[in-house]
Design a protein around this ligand. Structure first.
Ligand code: AMP
Length: 403
């Protein structure tokens, strides 16, 4: 079965075509600048050179059409007939309390995703456009949705409620939802497989550190707590997001700087984090380079960033009354030996012994970077959210065929 995985944003659409007989990627790519006259399609067929095409793509329906045109192209395509694509899986950021697992798209599911627009105004409307665009281009193909929040629906109320008037939870569903669930779910399962232990037997902290970053405490194989909250702003310091701060800062800054709600929102989401502190970049590579060249602000940004990861690891080890597996994943977590070293060196009291040589090595596979004597196993596990979306989509379609 061939499955197309789509991650639709408001002006972009990423895709991967999987052959599920061996879980291989046949082609991948992205459409950028949707809604503009110079949209760019970058198509990467496996084993063939990358293709770039600039044209006017005014909406998601046209974007999906261009994607299928690319996939069907006689020279750099990956399929001969559109019907070879037997299902489409979508990443959806917010599933609210309605979805604790992936589901096939039905009219009710679409209605529920629409109801959640309020909670994810930048993401869910764009995902809906992706779903509708696939319906238009491939009306008979089943679609599934995989939610970033679903994995965290197992959190107990002590983790997910905020200590604010409960009427706000009842009326507006203000609570912690958590994000990156697909990634935390995938890497925790991979880590358990690597260690050859049942996931349920491990007390694990998974650190998804990329442009966005979150830690998850995984107990009995389920999400017990996670650092992102009602929105992906809470928790760790990120590339451009502040993460945790005193909520009183918001009205104070609005008052002193005469900022509107939108402006303060934009400040915290787009102009804070590593970018604000380093004054250089939100990109860890550039910040690390500047730090190594002696830039003091870059060093401060790096130190604050790693300090906050460390604090969450300590907090979650306490929350779970123990820790035996620590996992690093995503752009920074997988690639920055410096970040992993800085985080692990400062928490040796927990029983972590980093193996410097293993930490500095590179690999595309899951690997251990702690010493053999380290009580806590520290692993680097490359995340693969697209593969998990493809797997969930495959399983849902197969189940529906049986029932
Ligand atoms: P993601 O959001 O998972 O794609 O991660 C993006 C982040 O990963 C950016 O901050 C990149 O600078 C960072 N990153 C990617 N490669 C490296 C690397 N080799 N060393 C340090 N950071 C990296």
């Amino acid at each position: 079965m061939k499955i197309l995985v789509i991650n639709a944003g408001s002006s972009s659409l990423k895709y991967q075509l999987y052959d599920m007989s061996n879980e291989s990627v046949l082609a991948s790519g992205r459409v950028e600048r949707i809604g503009m006259d110079s949209s760019i399609v970058t198509h990467e067929p496996i084993g063939k050179p990358e293709v770039r095409h600039v044209s006017e793509i005014l909406d998601h329906v046209t974007a999906v059409k261009r994607v299928t045109d690319m996939l069907l192209h006689p020279e750099f395509g990956a399929i001969r007939k559109l019907t070879e694509i037997e299902a489409v899986g979508h990443r959806v950021v917010h599933g609210g309390e309605a979805f604790s697992s992936s589901v096939l798209v039905t009219p009710e599911v679409k209605l529920e995703i629409r109801r959640l627009f309020d909670l994810a105004p930048l993401h869910n409307p764009a995902h809906m456009m992706g779903i509708t665009a696939v319906e238009t281009n491939m009306p008979d193909v089943p679609q599934a949705v995989v939610f970033d929040t679903a994995f965290h629906q197992t959190m107990p109320n002590t983790s997910y409620l905020y200590p604010i008037p409960t009427v706000l939870y009842r009326r507006h569903k203000i609570r912690r939802y958590g994000f990156h669930g697909t990634s935390h779910s995938y890497v925790s399962a991979q880590a358990a497989a690597y260690l050859q232990k049942p996931l349920e037997s491990l007390k694990m902290i998974s650190c998804h550190i990329g442009n966005g970053a979150s830690c998850a405490a995984i107990l009995d194989g389920k999400s017990f707590d996670t650092s992102m909250g009602m929105t992906p702003l809470e928790g760790l310091m990120m590339g451009t997001r502040s993460g945790d701060l005193d909520p009183a800062i918001v009205p104070f800054v609005m008052n002193k700087e005469e900022l509107t709600l939108n402006e303060v929102n934009s400040m915290l989401n787009k102009h804070s984090g590593m970018l604000a502190i380093s004054g250089i970049s939100s990109d860890m590579r550039e910040v690390t380079e500047a730090m190594n060249d002696g830039d003091k602000n870059a060093k401060l940004a790096f130190d604050m960033y790693t300090y906050r990861v460390k604090k969450y690891i300590g907090a979650y080890a306490a929350a779970m009354n123990g820790l035996d597996t620590l996992v690093f994943t995503a752009g920074v977590g997988e690639n920055s030996a410096a970040l992993r070293k800085a985080v692990c060196e400062g928490i040796t009291f927990l029983g972590i012994e980093l193996d410097e040589k293993r930490n500095s090595e590179r690999s595309k596979d899951a690997r251990q970077i702690s010493t053999d004597n380290s009580r806590i196993k520290v692993l680097v596990v490359p995340t693969n959210e697209e593969l998990l979306i493809a797997r969930d989509t495959y399983n849902l379609v197969k189940q529906s065929e049986i029932s």
